[in-house]
Design a protein around this ligand. Sequence first.
Ligand code: COA
Length: 214
Amino acid sequence: MFGRTVDVVTVDLSTVEVDEDLLSVAELGRALGIARTAALTDYLRAHTWLRQRLSEYLDVPPEEIEIAENEHGKPYIDAPATDLSFNLSYSGGRAVLGAGFRMEVGVDVEPLEGAQLNPEMMHRVLSRPEAETVRQSGNMKREFYKLWVRKEAMAKANGWGVGEETATNLLGLSPVERDGFEVTDLNIGDEFAAAVAVPAGCTIDLSVKIEAMA
Ligand SMILES: CC(C)(COP(=O)(O)OP(=O)(O)OC[C@H]1O[C@@H](n2cnc3c(N)ncnc32)[C@H](O)[C@@H]1OP(=O)(O)O)[C@@H](O)C(=O)NCCC(=O)NCCS
């Protein structure tokens, strides 16, 4: 990988075998606080997979990668020294990882099955034109979550505070450019809505790889 390229990889978490030996003390500590079994399993699988993927980029063993958080809580690689950025999202048994050198990356994935949609939620999350577009669409849930993951990906890429993403209109054909960032819808199957955001103005070679671990 070279230049300003973002890689997007997605995996079915049920195919990932948890390896707690790869995880840091901090990750294991967080795991202890997760009460729901399904959430705990997803967490352990997602973090095992994340470390395995980052290890391939960095050419160091997964357990030697030190991950810290910036002032907004966004994870970054503290060691080894690198300008590789990444962002992780996982939900409903699916994980998405975006990774690129010298850029901020944001990703989000949401499962559509069982997803809720109510007027209060629409009012809270969407701008007025977005809410109107969702109401007039033939598939309100899909349209809502398409916008939701765009907002989350943008927020995760550029560190927006809560509320800023609500005010910003992200309607339009993918990719949508706002405030120096560009958000692109990801096609990872009909059961999920997903998006990736990166800084605008750079050449993006975006290839979604769908992995199934052994
Ligand atoms: C904290 C937040 C990133 C969690 O998102 P989520 O949809 O619940 O969960 P995801 O699976 O998509 O992402 C979780 C991962 O994102 C990463 N992450 C955590 N905080 C982050 C931040 N501030 N910025 C970017 N990435 C972050 C972590 O890798 C985290 O995994 P971990 O919890 O296992 O360590 C998200 O709620 C957030 O801050 N969003 C921004 C603004 C907002 O509130 N939007 C709401 C409505 S659109």
